[in-house]
Ligand binder design. Structure first.
Ligand SMILES: *[C@@H]1O[C@H](CO)[C@@H](O)[C@H](O)[C@H]1NC(C)=O
Ligand SMILES: *[C@@H]1O[C@H](CO)[C@@H](O)[C@H](O)[C@H]1NC(C)=O
Ligand SMILES: *[C@@H]1O[C@H](CO)[C@@H](O)[C@H](O)[C@H]1NC(C)=O
Ligand SMILES: *[C@@H]1O[C@H](CO)[C@@H](O)[C@H](O)[C@H]1NC(C)=O
Ligand SMILES: *[C@@H]1O[C@H](CO)[C@@H](O)[C@H](O)[C@H]1NC(C)=O
Ligand SMILES: *[C@@H]1O[C@H](CO)[C@@H](O)[C@H](O)[C@H]1NC(C)=O
Ligand SMILES: *[C@@H]1O[C@H](CO)[C@@H](O)[C@H](O)[C@H]1NC(C)=O
Ligand SMILES: *[C@@H]1O[C@H](CO)[C@@H](O)[C@H](O)[C@H]1NC(C)=O
Ligand SMILES: *[C@@H]1O[C@H](CO)[C@@H](O)[C@H](O)[C@H]1NC(C)=O
Ligand SMILES: *[C@@H]1O[C@H](CO)[C@@H](O)[C@H](O)[C@H]1NC(C)=O
Ligand SMILES: *[C@@H]1O[C@H](CO)[C@@H](O)[C@H](O)[C@H]1NC(C)=O
Ligand SMILES: CC(=O)N[C@H]1CO[C@H](CO)[C@@H](O)[C@@H]1O
Length: 715
């Protein structure tokens, strides 16, 4: 009992410090804090696991009080033995990561525990009869917060503060079962309407225990113009003032058509990735719709405010993320849908160049206009409008909608500046276009055709869900008589264009006996190709062959769940006995947005064991790209972590090879993954988006860009 008595005695002497600015919360002032949680991404299994917080080496008699400052106690051998597999894997990974040398012992309540890979039990306990006099060991504290969902809240016992590197700010956050969480951090000062935002100047205590409001958007009465907040989930807080062992950063930009969405979406919560993959996740809000994108010709309202906000958030990350355990030199920007459009825009924003080293646009929109679709929704995501074009689509309609009816533009703008934000967001017309403003966006398309430095020269992953277009085409409201009618309704095209698609023979009808359903299957295939796949394959092909991108990758997701479903079609597989969430072995559509749980490990409705294996593989790919710019995790990493299913899956699947030329290769992701060539190349060529679309000679490219002037204008 010597051990326990001595530590109790010394508890009053060590490590009990008042915090700056009197939050009374625990902090990383005297030791780094490493969150240990063996997360298998099965949320219903969390009740069967415990975690720990690892502290820096310290004299063993100080360990008890050090844990107490976290409102925890030293972990004991009973608890470890009850979760021996988890702690074996966790401590193996601590050793693998280089934080400790082999055979490291750790202080626990009843002695020490040693991780010894050569022993049969792996974990060796030394009892408290050895009082450890003079020993300095890392300590394992309990981690008793059991909240495992993103809706976790701060309590008096789970709170924690982090002080900014310049000492001017104290961030009060908290932890749940998975990670440290700092949510609702203002990265910019409340923005002035139609002006660029600036880094937050707020000092003192910053409450980072609840989300900030989402940016003003239609149909929301909680959204606000004062919305420039970001959220951090981190597995590690370095000791205050230290830049030791910083982790790579996954910087997430949400989708929602540039008119909706929030960084607080539970589907993209970073807590799962932080614990599963040991990376720091940042998610941001940025201004949306008219308040984020209005551009008025001949004025200083030049648009792209939402994109500019994203740059400010990236600057905030450069200045501040190290204090939260993130490495500012290892930032990867990732987004889906309009988030992908944002990532793609940031690739060409001059002042964003250098703020990230990798980019992942998931289900990026583009193309569409050669189908002759009226005001095709996808087009403007990849062929940027001029300010004049944007204003023609969404300018005077906005003033009129607000009753800003003066014939004098200056008076109209003055009226708009004082209009109610919610009224602006709820107007029928919304300015939601990234524009060629001459400051952030200088050209009509991302330059992938040459490597002249105008595009950030970074590693990229591009990709689609198998049926992205099923969310961007129309399921007939009433039954159709034949394929042609289905295509006309589904794609908004005329009879002769529908007939040419049929006559091409490239989109055969898959006959199940229900022509309405079957015609939609063809419709969504055309829509997926023309609005997503063809353009994205052509971008990566051009960017790789020109050298505009560093080594880059392409994927198609064949296993997903739910997603953006305006047609209310089957996005899960039918609900059947044994499959309360849908049977993924039956046909279903891999909808737009349905891949997010595969990136974040957030699926709460696992349909079967294969869903979990598939998600474990996918999160591993994306997180490894964030870690190393290569999506392939090493066998040594997976072994050290005990990720046996993923290790087997990567061995079965082989390496995810980078794109090398106009044939691919690409990765088809399912339970396991396979290697394939670029898909639908003949169909893409027929739809006028050949794989060489972005590689064409410069005079032809100029012609392509002049599509901008001839393109049908949305009404
Ligand atoms: C060991 O720790 C667990 C969880 O922290 C606690 O419930 C239990 O009482 C402890 N056991 C002993 C023998 O101290
Ligand atoms: C948090 O979310 C989970 C999963 O959706 C739900 O079961 C739980 O009731 C929520 N908790 C609170 C406090 O809202
Ligand atoms: C943080 O936790 C401490 C206990 O460690 C408590 O005294 C304090 O009130 C908490 N602060 C907040 C803001 O919750
Ligand atoms: C834009 O112009 C108006 C009117 O001249 C002026 O009040 C405003 O400050 C300007 N805004 C910016 C961001 O320069
Ligand atoms: C502004 O013009 C619109 C369309 O002409 C009209 O419906 C509305 O009543 C006018 N509002 C005001 C305040 O004059
Ligand atoms: C065809 O399938 C759709 C669902 O995809 C269904 O609503 C419709 O009833 C089916 N029609 C027939 C004739 O079975
Ligand atoms: C669509 O057609 C393909 C064959 O082209 C088939 O494999 C798939 O199951 C169909 N999808 C649905 C949801 O019916
Ligand atoms: C998830 O965990 C629960 C509880 O341990 C278990 O019953 C279920 O089988 C697990 N699901 C999968 C897919 O492993
Ligand atoms: C993973 O595989 C290793 C080596 O085969 C084994 O010792 C370990 O128990 C396995 N881990 C899990 C969680 O099954
Ligand atoms: C995936 O690979 C694993 C490991 O080789 C294998 O056991 C499993 O059967 C495969 N699953 C499918 C659906 O192919
Ligand atoms: C593309 O690269 C692959 C190897 O990655 C090679 O096998 C194939 O021949 C190349 N195709 C062309 C058209 O260059
Ligand atoms: C001990 C202390 O006062 N720390 C910080 C509290 O916040 C202010 C900003 O308001 C800082 O300047 C202090 O350093």
């Amino acid at each position: 009992m010597t051990f326990l008595r001595r530590s109790t005695l010394l508890a009053t002497l060590a490590l009990v410090h008042a915090n700056n600015n009197n939050t009374n919360a625990a902090s990383n002032r005297d030791t780094s804090l490493t969150f240990l949680y063996q997360n298998n991404l099965n949320l219903t299994d969390d009740a069967n696991h415990i975690g720990a917080i690892l502290l820096d080496p310290m004299p063993i008699d100080q360990a008890t009080s050090a844990c107490e400052t976290l409102n925890e106690s030293l972990l004991n051998s009973t608890a470890i033995k009850q979760h021996a597999q988890d702690f074996t894997d966790l401590l193996a990974y601590v050793e693998y990561s280089g934080k400790v040398t082999s055979n490291q012992s750790y202080s626990i309540a009843d002695g020490y525990v040693r991780y010894d890979s050569s022993s049969s039990s792996k974990l060796v306990y030394v009892g408290s009869s050895d009082d450890g006099t003079g020993m300095t060991l890392p300590a394992l504290c309990t981690q008793s917060d059991q909240q495992n969902y993103p809706n976790a809240t701060a309590t008096a016992s789970n709170n924690i503060t982090v002080i900014s590197s310049d000492g001017s700010k104290t961030f009060l956050g908290f932890r749940n079962q998975k990670s440290f969480r700092f949510i609702g951090i203002p990265y910019a000062d409340p923005p002035e309407r139609f002006q660029y935002s600036h880094l937050s100047t707020k000092e003192g205590v910053i409450d980072a225990t609840s989300y900030g409001p989402s940016c003003s958007q239609a149909g929301s009465n909680t959204s606000s113009e004062d919305c420039l907040f970001l959220n951090i989930q981190t597995p590690y807080l370095p000791r205050q003032g230290s830049n030791d062992s910083l982790r790579p950063v996954h910087f997430w930009i949400h989708g929602g058509g540039y008119t909706g969405g929030t960084g607080a979406d539970p589907t993209s919560d970073g807590g799962q990735l932080a614990s599963r993959e040991d990376i720091v996740v940042v998610s941001i809000n940025y201004r949306l719709g008219t308040l984020g994108f209005l551009a008025v010709p001949g004025t200083n309202i030049t648009g792209n405010y939402g994109i500019a906000d994203q740059v400010v958030a990236l600057e905030w990350v450069q200045a501040n993320i190290a204090a939260f355990g993130g490495d500012p030199a290892q930032v990867t920007i990732i987004g889906e849908s309009a988030g992908a459009g944002s990532v793609k825009a940031l690739l060409s924003v001059p002042c964003a160049n250098g703020l990230f080293r990798g980019a992942v646009p998931m289900s990026n929109l583009g193309g569409g206009q050669t189908l002759g679709l009226e005001g095709n929704y996808a087009t403007e995501y990849s062929l940027y409008l001029t300010i004049n074009e944007s204003y023609a689509l969404a300018g005077q309609q906005i003033f009129t909608g607000l009753g800003c009816n003066s014939t004098d533009l200056t008076a109209q703008i003055a009226c708009l500046k004082t209009a109610n934000a919610s009224m602006i967001s709820n107007l029928a017309t919304t300015a939601r276009y990234v524009v060629q403003d001459g400051a952030y966006i200088l050209a009509p398309t991302l330059n992938v055709y040459n490597n002249n430095g105008s595009t950030a020269n970074v590693h990229t992953i591009w990709g689609v869900t198998a049926n992205d277009g099923s969310s961007f085409s129309t399921y007939p409201k009433t039954p159709v008589a034949n394929l042609s009618s289905g295509l006309q309704v589904g794609l908004g095209i005329n009879a002769s264009y529908a007939q040419s698609i049929i006559d091409s023979g490239l989109f055969p009808l898959y006959d199940t006996g229900n022509i309405t359903a079957d015609a939609f299957n063809v419709t969504q295939r055309v829509a997926t190709d023309t609005q997503f796949r063809c353009v994205d394959q052509a971008i990566v092909n051009a960017g790789v062959s020109s050298g505009a991108f560093k080594q880059s990758y392409f994927y198609q997701m064949d296993r997903t769940y739910s997603g953006y479903n305006p047609n209310n079609i089957d996005g899960t597989g039918p609900i059947e006995p044994g499959y309360p969430y849908g049977n993924p072995n039956e046909p279903y559509y891999r909808l737009h947005g349905s891949d997010m749980p595969w990136v974040f490990g957030t699926l709460t409705t696992l349909r079967d064991a294969d869903d979990l294996a598939s998600i474990q593989l996918a999160t591993s790919y994306f997180a490894n790209f964030v870690r190393t710019s290569d999506p392939n995790p090493s066998a040594a990493y997976l072994q050290a972590r005990g990720y046996n299913t993923t290790l087997a899956a990567t061995q079965t699947s082989g390496q995810w090879q980078p794109v090398t030329n106009a044939t691919g290769p690409i990765r088809i992701m399912n339970v396991n993954a396979t290697t394939a060539v670029f898909q639908e190349l003949d169909q893409c060529a027929f739809l006028n988006y050949s794989i060489a679309y972005y590689q064409i000679a410069s005079f032809e490219r100029t012609q392509m860009e002049s599509h901008l002037e001839t393109r049908p204008i949305e009404t």
